[in-house]
Write a protein that binds this ligand. Structure first.
Ligand code: ZN
Length: 294
């Protein structure tokens, strides 16, 4: 069974020029749940001045229907983000740092070591509140400013995050630099060091067309959780030339074709992707929308 973590409402919409109203975000998330997706990164508690499309996190969470077996996640990048998140009923905190110093200094004005130190306290406090805490390590497969990111830096950050109380780790290819062989190597190292029971997620961007190839490589190395974005929405406003995440319906189609269950109803997801194009008023990147289900 594959677990999809839908990041369209967060990673997707934060990089769109058009700001989508809160009620449309709520409709999107509701449609995704109705289509069988159970893990949704719904909001980001980032500074609204820095990322205006995410300013309505509290508003969105308040309006979301409560469903059993559905998990809502919210991105937290700092202590102030944590303080906001703790005042809401968001179920999971997704605590994020990049793993390259250049990326981190540019976007968070601190080195990786400083960020990991500060965020470890945020993780402890988040875990103590009773919420779930997941660690997300960005630029894990390469940095647009410094190129290769040594694997030991990524492993070290993961170790600190797990020690602080994260129960799961997601490795994010923030700017689409990963390749399938590298993905296998990185995943193998994670399972070797942290054990096969580690809940490991992968987050790929399709920037260079390798999104699904990287998902498959991660799957073959034993990963069963993948982030994706409806219709291929997405990117990162801080990363040069970032384009959308791996497209949710294209990924579901791949897994279903391979005989792997995802719990999602593909025709309903596809309908939602098409609806999303009308919302964004521009063609989106998903391929299945154009070709149809075979
Ligand atoms: Zn991303």
């Amino acid at each position: 069974m594959i677990e999809i973590c839908e990041v369209g409402p967060r990673d997707g919409l934060q990089n769109e020029g058009k700001i989508v109203p809160s009620e449309t975000k709520v409709e999107l998330i509701t449609r995704l749940m109705d289509a069988g997706i159970r893990n949704i990164e719904a909001v980001s508690f980032v500074n609204p001045k820095v990322v205006p499309p995410m300013a309505d996190a509290e508003e969105v969470l308040k309006s979301l229907p409560k469903r059993e077996n559905v998990r809502y996640g919210g991105l937290v990048l700092s202590r102030s983000g944590l303080e906001r998140a703790l005042k809401t009923d968001v179920g999971f905190l997704h605590i994020v740092t990049a793993t390259s110093d250049s990326f981190n200094l540019r976007n968070a004005k601190r080195t990786v070591e400083q960020a990991v130190g500060e965020l470890s306290l945020v993780i402890k406090e988040g875990a103590a509140s009773g919420k779930g805490v997941a660690g997300v390590l960005g630029t894990a497969f390469g940095c647009p400013f410094e190129g290769e990111v040594p694997l030991e830096n990524v492993l070290k950050a993961a170790e600190k995050f797990l020690e602080a109380g994260c129960t799961e780790i997601t490795l994010a290819d923030t700017t689409g630099m990963a390749n399938p062989i590298q993905v296998q190597k990185v995943v193998n190292s994670f399972f070797d060091i942290f054990g096969k029971d580690l809940t490991l997620g992968l987050h790929f961007h399709n920037t260079r067309g390798l999104g699904l190839a990287n998902v498959l490589a991660g799957y073959q190395a034993g990963v069963r959780r993948f982030d994706s974005s409806i219709a291929g929405l997405g990117g990162c406003p801080f990363a040069p030339k970032a384009v959308g995440n791996v497209c949710t319906e294209d990924m579901i189609n791949m897994f279903h074709g391979m005989g792997e269950e995802t719990g999602a109803d593909l025709p309903s997801v596809l309908e939602t992707a098409k609806w999303m194009e009308t919302v964004m008023e521009r063609p989106l990147d998903g391929m299945l929308m154009k070709a149809g289900i075979a």
